[in-house]
Design a protein around this ligand. Structure first.
Ligand code: R5P
Length: 310
C-alpha cells in the first residue's frame, strides 16, 4: 500500500500518513517554467494498492491536473489499484443544467478522473450525494456529520439550540446532525439571483431565543452564512454559529466572516487553511485526518466503509 499526495493539502496528507503509520511516497510534483505540471514518482509502485490524496481546491485547475497526471504516472508504473482520495471534490456546483447553455462540470470532472486511470474514489460531503453516480467506478462519499456532532457536544450546551440549514438544498445534511443531537431544525429560504450572490427570503421555523448552528457543505464567499446569520438574529436568535465541511473561503471571505455577527465558524481541514483564515478570530479548524485515514485503511483491507457512519 502506498500513500501519494500532490500539493493541494500537504498538511492533511502528513496527518493521514501519521494516522496510517505509513510514510508518504517520495514524489516530485512541481511545475515546468510555463506552469505545466511535472510529476515523477521516485519509488517502485508495481503491484501496489495506491491512494492519492488530492483535493481539487484552490487553485482548482492546477490541483485537478496534478491529480490526473499523478494518476497517469502511477497507472503507467503498474500500480495494482489507484484510489483517488479527494476530501474536497470541487467542480461540484454545476451538477445539472439549471439554465440553458451551461455545462455539467461535475460529470466532466468525474469522467476525467476515471479516464486518467483511477479505479475508485473516496470523497467527503459531496455537494450533492447523487454526484456519486457521475463516477462509473466505486465511490465512497464520507460524512463529516459524526465529527461535527462530537465537536458541538464538546463545545455547546444543547438546551435552546437549533440546527439550521442555510438553504433548502442542505436540509438532509443539517437534519442528519439535528437527528444525532436530538435538536429541532430550522431552514433558511435562500434565493440565488446569480452565481455568487445570495438573498434570504424567509426563515422556516421559530428561532427566537435559540442558539442557532448553521450546517452546510461549502463556505465560499461567506455570503450565504453572513446573510443567514443576520436574518436569524433579526428573527430573534440569541446567537449564530456555523459548522461547514469545506472552507473554500475565497479571497475576502475570511475578512467577511471576521466582520460578521457569526459567533464562530468551524470548518474541517479538507482544504488547507490560508494565513487569512488563521488570522481570523472567529474561524476554527477541525481535523478530519482520522476519518480519511480510517476510510483508506478499511478500503485497503476490504472492510466496510459505510459502517463508519452507523
Ligand atoms: C450552496 O448550495 C452551497 O451549499 C453553499 O451554501 C454555497 O456554496 C456557499 O457559498 P457562499 O459562501 O459563496 O455563499
Amino acid at each position: 500500500m502506498k500513500l501519494v499526495t500532490g500539493n493541494s493539502n500537504r498538511a492533511l496528507a502528513q496527518s493521514v500518513a501519521s494516522y496510517l503509520e505509513l510514510p508518504l511516497t517520495d514524489c516530485t510534483v512541481k511545475r515546468f517554467a510555463d506552469k505545466e505540471v511535472y510529476v515523477e514518482v521516485h519509488e517502485n509502485v508495481r503491484g501496489e494498492d495506491v491512494f492519492i490524496l488530492q483535493s481539487t481546491s484552490f487553485p482548482a485547475n492546477d490541483n485537478l491536473m496534478e491529480l490526473l497526471i499523478l494518476t497517469d504516472a502511477l497507472r503507467r508504473s503498474s500500480a495494482r489499484r489507484i484510489t483517488a482520495v479527494v476530501p474536497y471534490f470541487g467542480y461540484a456546483r454545476q451538477d445539472r443544467r439549471a439554465t440553458g447553455r451551461t455545462p455539467i462540470s461535475a460529470k466532466l470532472v468525474a469522467n476525467l478522473i476515471a479516464e486518467a486511470g483511477v479505479n475508485r474514489v473516496i470523497t467527503l460531503d459531496l455537494h450533492a450525494s447523487q454526484i456519486q453516480g457521475f463516477f462509473d467506478i466505486p465511490t465512497d462519499n464520507l460524512y463529516a456529520a459524526p465529527i461535527i456532532t462530537r465537536d458541538i457536544l464538546d463545545n455547546y450546551k444543547l438546551e435552546n439550540t437549533m440546527i439550521v440549514s442555510p438553504d433548502v438544498g442542505g436540509v438532509a445534511r443539517a437534519r442528519a446532525v439535528a437527528q444525532r443531537l436530538g435538536t429541532d431544525l430550522a431552514i433558511v429560504d435562500k434565493r440565488r439571483p446569480k452565481a455568487g450572490v445570495s438573498e434570504v427570503m424567509n426563515i422556516i421555523g421559530d428561532v427566537s431565543g435559540q442558539a442557532c448552528i448553521l450546517i452546510d457543505d461549502i463556505v465560499d464567499s461567506g455570503g450565504t452564512l453572513v446573510n443567514a446569520a443576520e436574518a436569524l438574529l433579526k428573527a430573534g436568535a440569541k446567537e449564530v454559529s456555523a459548522y461547514i465541511t469545506h472552507g473554500v473561503l475565497s479571497e475576502g471571505a475570511s475578512e467577511r466572516i471576521g466582520a460578521s455577527k457569526l459567533k464562530e465558524l468551524v470548518v474541517t481541514d479538507s482544504i488547507e487553511a490560508t494565513p487569512a483564515q488563521r488570522a481570523t478570530a472567529n474561524i476554527r479548524h477541525m481535523g478530519i485526518a482520522p476519518l480519511i485515514g480510517e476510510a483508506i485503511a478499511r478500503t485497503a483491507s476490504e472492510q466496510s466503509v459505510s459502517s463508519l457512519f452507523d
